[in-house]
Design a protein around this ligand. Structure first.
Ligand code: ARG
Length: 475
């Protein structure tokens, strides 16, 4: 690293070792924040002008240089030099190269410690919205499948054993609920990210620029941070962002697991579209659910990014420490990982075709209608404790006769308990079991339709939030 490219050095008598420079350098990843660094620099120089520290002409020249750099950045021609320590160093150097010595004035009243947090917050606020847009597409794909199969019977599981019949629409819509909560999590989170650290300086605040709130508003934040020491040390917003990304990963991974099971020969409940499956280099017959498996696998790195950052933060003294430079790579990785997974995952979901006959046939297997017998008895004034015992006896009899419990004849049921009358037979089918469950969260077909309508209402509100980027454009 060239000594002249550094933002520090006068008090040193020796050159920085090249191994030290290599360790210190972050431009290879934080250059990704360059547009935000230009934006905040543009606002900062206006604040310097407000404070009487830059005259009108100087301000004009520097702002013009910033605009030029911004368009060079957009066209892809602007690159940091190998000697730039970080994005902030590079941008300052580039401005000085364009405007000469007056460029050296821009460092007044700020520090890389408050700059780096500001850049990251600006990046993250946009990132959250872009991820939410992908989640909304995914929820829409799930809803479409759920609507198509709103009254399709399917086996419902607990402990991966047949439990009670459910509608396939309900089974699918459950996934939309988790993703809706993820979007809501980002919206809650955004409230806490919504304070601008600029003005904190290295840690103590600024004696040069007083209008921190003006700066904050210019950058799209509602507030200026309350405490300068906290402002440069806080990475809660990064940990929370990585947590939300991890939960999204976990939701995706649980669906992925379901798809992997359901497309197996043993289950045979679903078939993937060829567009979203892969083959084997040796076994010509193979059609593998790699999109689901890669998603399940990549969820590990999303969780790793979170736990890695938490380990970095644990027991760090206040205020800024260089350890905090480790906050950015996990963020970029989690953002990129989700932006890679989500479009493929939506496509995979849209392309699934379900083996409706098999789902139907299996819905009542494993004695999954035994609860219907117990509920019927309860409606006939039997305590649930007793009803459970009687229904359990019916299952035992069915197992002995090698039939399903709903296949027992009336005489069989009567042999277990004389409380049964012929009406019991009317509840011993899947359709009746599904139709009965029409409480608010229940699986009945009519509920699935209403549930999806409510999800769509919520989506249109969340979509509005995700479409508005709070970060102003540089112009
Ligand atoms: N590049 C650093 C980071 O990302 C900011 C530099 C702070 N350096 C310093 N000596 N305080 O955290």
């Amino acid at each position: 690293m060239d000594q002249t490219n550094k933002l520090w050095g006068a008090r040193f008598t020796k050159k920085t070792a090249s191994s030290m420079s290599n360790l210190s350098k972050s431009t290879h990843f934080d250059w990704r924040l360059a547009s935000f660094d230009l934006l905040q620099t543009d606002v900062h120089v206006q604040a310097l002008n407000n404070a009487g520290l830059l005259d009108k002409e100087e301000l004009k020249q520097i702002r013009q240089a910033i605009l030029q750099l911004s368009s060079e950045l957009e066209s892809g021609t602007l690159q940091p030099s190998t000697d730039d320590e970080d994005v902030h160093t590079a941008i300052e150097r580039m401005i000085i190269e364009k405007v000469g010595d007056i460029g050296g004035k821009i460092r007044a009243g700020r520090s890389r410690n408050d700059q780096t947090v500001t850049d990251l917050k600006l990046f993250l606020r946009g990132s959250a919205r872009v991820i939410c847009q992908e989640l909304i597409s995914l929820i829409t794909s799930i809803n479409d499948q759920a609507m198509k199969h709103f009254d399709q019977a399917a086996p419902g599981f607990t402990h991966l054993q047949h439990a009670q019949p459910v509608t396939l629409g309900h089974e699918l819509a459950k996934h939309s609920q988790g993703f809706l909560r993820d979007i809501e999590r980002f919206i809650d989170w955004d409230e806490r990210v919504n304070s601008c650290p600029l003005g904190a300086g290295a840690l103590a605040g600024s004696g040069l620029i007083m209008d921190s709130l003006w700066v904050a508003k210019k950058l799209g934040f509602s507030n200026s941070s309350e405490n300068s020491i906290d402002a440069v040390s806080d990475r809660d917003f990064v940990a929370e962002y990585l947590f939300i990304c991890s939960v999204i990963g976990i939701h995706l991974s649980r669906i992925a697991e379901e798809i992997i099971l359901w497309t197996s020969t043993e289950f045979g409940y679903a078939v993937l579209d060829d567009e979203f499956a892969t083959g084997s280099s040796i076994m010509p017959q193979k059609k593998n659910p790699d999109a689901a498996e890669l998603t399940r696998g990549k969820t590990g790195r999303l969780i790793g990014n979170l736990t890695g950052l938490l380990a970095t933060l644990k027991a760090l003294p206040f205020a800024y420490n260089r350890d905090l430079q480790e906050d950015k790579e996990p963020v970029f990785d989690s953002h990129d990982t989700l932006m890679l997974i989500l479009p493929a995952f939506s496509g995979m979901i849209s392309g699934i075709s379900f083996n409706t006959k098999k789902l139907n046939d299996n819905a009542a297997t494993g004695h999954s209608l035994a609860t219907e017998i117990a509920d019927w008895l309860v409606k006939n004034q039997v305590s649930f404790k007793k009803a459970h015992e009687i229904s359990g006896e019916c299952v035992k009899l069915a197992e002995r006769k090698k039939v399903e419990v709903h296949e027992l004849g009336f005489n069989d049921l009567q042999s277990v308990s004389t409380i049964f009358d012929k009406n019991v037979l009317s509840v011993l089918n899947v359709e009746a079991a599904l139709a009965l469950r029409k409480n608010h969260s229940g699986t009945s077909p009519q509920n699935v339709k209403q549930q999806i309508a409510r999800i769509k209402d919520k989506l249109s509100v969340l979509n509005k939030w995700s479409q508005i980027n709070p970060v102003p454009e540089l112009k």
